[in-house]
Design a protein around this ligand. Structure first.
Ligand code: AMP
Ligand code: ZN
Length: 494
């Protein structure tokens, strides 16, 4: 039987740079270097942002499952991300409006971001560097690009010379497919544009105006780094001049990632990234979820049900399952029907998993577990195709239901493999938390919940509805849902 490592050489990844699916060949055999653009921490992350981070979490988990040694770097943008049509960065602006320290804004939303991703059961990255922690490296990179003659200084700001790069080094626009002539024609006249030689040149370093709170000394006077530069500096510092995978949302392809390629190549002469991966957008009512247009739903709003877009609450596990129902490269639209089907689907898989132990042990197998397991790897190896993998897991669930309702059985080995495979795909790869309490460490919690159920039953017998409802509601608020059935009260942890 094949081990997870044996499936490595069949893994195909869609590379945005070449526009094709390629067999994944890491730079260093057995190792993966992966960088994903993190959030700009000036606001709460919305569900769209969360979708992108869950997509890359599943990719990270799958690499690990296949036995790769992965270094996953995801940054925190806490400086340098300019507000559209302005010369001020988003965090600095928010701090000015709220009359507080920029670092207080950064702290608040970084903590919030981590809390949400924890709830979503995302694994933390191996390194989470911040832009403000790498100002020196960004100044050094700006100096080096200036020395190569691919940037110029004007009034304390330094700009990357796109035209010169395009002529002397490599084609600017090769990731996004944009043509430089069109870019020149299309670039809007933004504030500060008059300093640039060409409108599509971008800032490596910006001079800070007097009202700009976030500022650092540099050879060009006080200022702050450009947003694109932080990702170049932090990815190459921790992963090398060239690394395997760079990810982010589709909307970052241009200009952010295009600029990263140009900066990286200007610095080292090499293409910094082997595989560019872009996660597609979450939409709502067919439109991109976005803070600025108000077409947005916050994670807490969906978990609590406290919103005017849906009729009820959905747990983080259901939301995660909902994300997996589309491949990361496809658009996914959020709707009540889709969430409801995710809720049902998740329940169906959990229930099937719970029934595996009850499968009768026989000599002859009624279901080819090994072939089924192989089909799951095949789907994941096809550019992390989670919807096809889920569809095949449902086939597994169907087989479990059929066998436990009296049709045949499984050998000891097949039963063990079925359970192991379910567990690995549901929990390790998809990161869907277990619904039931399992394991020694949770025996106490199980006991406590059963005591509370007994007390609630006592209260109901005495017609003390106030107390019985209170027990049920407070447990529900903790994500423990009581379900009254014919055989007594059971519970489910969400
Ligand atoms: P930001 O904090 O704006 O830099 O966004 C963080 C990440 O979320 C980036 O990778 C974006 O591409 C991604 N993102 C933003 N909006 C959406 C959306 N509606 N759906 C999926 N990903 C998104
Ligand atoms: Zn980035």
């Amino acid at each position: 039987m094949k081990k997870p490592e044996d499936y490595r050489k069949e893994l195909k990844i869609y590379n945005s740079l070449t526009g094709t699916k390629e067999i994944f060949t890491p730079l260093v055999p057995g190792h993966v270097g992966m960088y994903v653009c993190g959030p700009t921490v000036y606001n709460h992350v919305h569900l769209g942002n969360v979708r992108t981070f869950v997509s890359f979490d599943v990719i990270y988990r799958y690499f690990k499952h296949l036995g790769f040694k992965v270094r996953y770097v995801r940054n925190i943008t806490d400086a340098g991300h300019l507000e559209d049509d302005s010369d001020e960065d988003k965090i600095s602006k928010k701090a000015r409006l709220e009359k507080t320290e920029p670092m207080e804004i950064v702290q608040k939303y970084t903590v919030d971001f981590h809390r949400i991703l924890d709830k979503m059961n995302n694994l933390p990255p191996s390194i989470e560097p911040t832009a403000t922690g790498h100002i020196i490296e960004q100044i050094e990179a700006t100096k080096a690009i200036l020395e190569k003659g691919l940037a110029y200084e004007v009034n304390g700001s330094v700009y990357f010379d796109v035209i010169k790069y395009n002529k002397e080094v490599d084609r600017y626009g090769k990731l996004s497919g944009r043509k430089i002539e069109e870019l020149i024609a299309r670039t809007r006249e933004l504030e500060g544009q008059e300093e640039k030689r060409n409108p599509q040149d971008f800032a490596l370093w910006k001079r800070a105006k007097p009202q700009h709170i976030m500022r650092w000394p540099s050879p060009w006077g006080e200022g702050f780094p450009g947003w694109h530069l932080e990702c170049t500096v932090m990815s190459t510092k921790y992963l090398g001049e060239q690394f395997d995978i760079h990810g982010g949302g589709m909307d970052l392809k241009f200009p952010h990632h295009e600029c990263e390629i140009a900066q990286g190549k200007a610095l080292s002469g090499k293409d910094p990234v082997r595989y560019w991966m872009h996660a597609n957008m979450l939409t709502m009512n067919g439109k991109k979820m976005s803070k600025s247009t108000g077409n947005t739903l916050l994670p807490e709003e969906i978990f609590s049900g406290n919103n005017d877009k849906l009729t009820k609450a959905y747990s983080p596990a259901v939301v995660r399952f909902f994300f997996l129902m589309a491949q990361y490269r496809n658009v996914l639209d959020l709707s009540e029907e889709a969430l409801e089907s995710a809720e049902k689907g998740l329940k169906r898989l959990w229930e099937a998993y719970g029934k595996i132990d009850k499968i009768p042990q026989t000599g002859r197998d009624g279901f080819d577990v090994e072939k089924w397991r192989d089909s799951l790897y095949e789907a994941m190896n096809d550019d992390f195709n989670t919807p096809v993998t889920l569809a095949r897991m449902f086939e597994g669930a169907k087989a479990v239901n059929k066998i436990t309702s009296g049709e045949g059985g499984l050998s000891h080995e097949s039963k063990a493999l079925l359970k192991k495979t379910f567990k690995e795909f549901m929990f390790d790869i998809f990161g869907l938390p277990e619904s039931r309490i399992e394991g020694e460490e949770n025996k106490n919690l199980d006991g406590v919940i059963r005591v509370l159920i007994a007390l609630r039953n006592e209260a109901r017998k005495q017609k003390n509805w106030e107390l019985s409802d209170k027990i049920r509601d407070e447990l529900a608020a903790l994500g423990i849902k009581l379900k009254d059935g014919k055989e007594g009260t059971e519970y489910e942890i969400q």
